[in-house]
Write a protein that binds this ligand. Structure first.
Ligand code: SOE
Length: 382
């Protein structure tokens, strides 16, 4: 059957602009979904750079002002891949113009901003989604299936960490195109909103709402030159963030993220311990789920290392042949595929903006607790 064209207007051409563009370009080759993304326009402030990006990725036209882009009648969906301080303004204007809206994580710089974004898309009744891509690693999706099937029984513990080391040098500036994640005015927060947000999104998805948190954060390098002003300025982001949490289902959790774990580039790991079984997953070996089932015969009981590459594993039948691997970029293709399939079936495909807001309520509580030194209740979720 002929696929319906879905005309995309992308804002931002950095790392995330590339992952999203790749997903839109490749999704129809691997997934039978009723829509065909058309790379209609890409928007960014630098006219020469945006033209080069459009040429490289096959976008038909360019814009240098997102306000013009969101008003264009030949655009169906606005995809936001620009820095965090632009998310709310673009999403709210796009929703008001009746466009579908996809947004890179985190949804807003804080929950107050995200609440306005949720209100806008829900008032306009437009499909929306946040690119929390790690849900779509086949092994993580398998973990979700195992939890939902009740195989773990009552959950006692959830443990997650996301470790990097790229900001240790005190000479690294803050701000500007490549380093806006270090500028609190643009990013909203440091590793809490950038890395812990991934861990929290997956955790809420796998283990339900978080009730309370107690946290600590640290900024190891207190001042950095600003790439745009050239002045040495106070650093406002958190370089490291760790918290304890109590989930509504009674389980206890620990979460940690840092950009100061020398030797670790993007080590996202999670572990869930239940009454009957446990699951571990590690982004550096992303196809594997480590699974322990206490129900196994005693003599043979032990940790299984499941290579999630077979045709009956999530998403894998759409790729090569059993045993062959896929990678990071495929998680975005899976997310695009689920979104387009959901559109066709009139079904919502998460994480929606409301789900993204749930994560922001937790990151807000983490930062509040780091300031107050107290346990903090998480705001409204779900
Ligand atoms: C930060 O270094 C970063 O690029 C995050 O912004 C991404 O969301 C994460 O997936 C990888 O690390």
């Amino acid at each position: 059957m002929a696929k319906k064209p879905l005309r995309i207007g992308l804002v931002g051409y950095g790392f995330m602009g590339r992952t999203h563009s790749n997903a839109f370009s490749r999704v129809n080759q691997f997934f039978d979904v009723p829509y065909r993304p058309v790379l209609q326009a890409v928007c960014a402030r630098d006219a020469a750079k945006v033209a080069a990006f459009a040429e490289q990725w096959g976008y038909g036209t360019t814009e240098t002002d997102w306000r013009t882009l969101v008003e264009r009648p030949d655009i169906d969906l606005i995809d936001i891949a620009s820095p965090n301080d632009t998310h709310a303004g673009i999403a709210i204007a796009a929703a008001a113009a009746g466009k579908m809206v996809l947004c890179e994580k985190p949804l807003g710089r804080n929950a107050a901003e995200s609440e306005r974004m949720v209100a806008a898309v829900e008032k306009a009744g437009v499909p929306n989604m946040v690119w929390y891509n790690y849900r779509r690693v086949p092994a993580v999706t398998l973990a979700k299936q195992l939890v939902d099937e009740g195989r773990l029984g009552k959950i006692f513990h959830y443990r997650a960490k996301f470790l990097q080391d790229w900001t240790i040098s005190a000479d690294l500036p803050q701000g500007g195109a490549g380093l806006w994640r270090l500028d609190v005015k643009v990013a909203g927060s440091g590793v809490t909103g950038d890395l812990l947000a991934h861990c929290i999104d997956t955790a809420l998805w796998l283990n339900g709402p978080i009730d309370r948190v107690t946290a600590m954060t640290e900024t190891f390098v207190k001042q950095r030159p600003h790439a745009l002003t050239g002045c040495v300025e106070k650093v406002g982001i958190d370089d490291a963030s760790a918290f304890l949490a109590r989930f509504q289902n009674g389980s206890l959790a620990t979460f940690e993220a840092t950009r100061y774990a020398r030797g670790h580039k993007a080590l996202y790991t999670l572990e869930i311990n239940g009454e009957h079984a446990s699951i571990c997953w590690d982004l550096h070996d992303l196809h594997r789920v480590e699974y322990f089932d206490h129900g196994d015969e005693g003599r043979l009981r032990g940790w299984r290392s499941i290579h999630v590459t077979d045709g009956d594993h999530p998403y894998m039948k759409n790729w090569w042949v059993p045993g062959l691997q896929i990678g990071y970029e495929h998680t975005f293709i899976h997310q695009a595929a689920d979104f387009l399939a959901g559109l066709g079936e009139g079904r919502v495909s998460g994480p929606t903006f409301r789900d993204g807001l749930a994560t922001d309520y937790v990151t807000d509580a983490v930062l509040r607790s780091a300031g107050s030194g107290q346990w903090e209740k998480v705001g409204r979720q779900g």
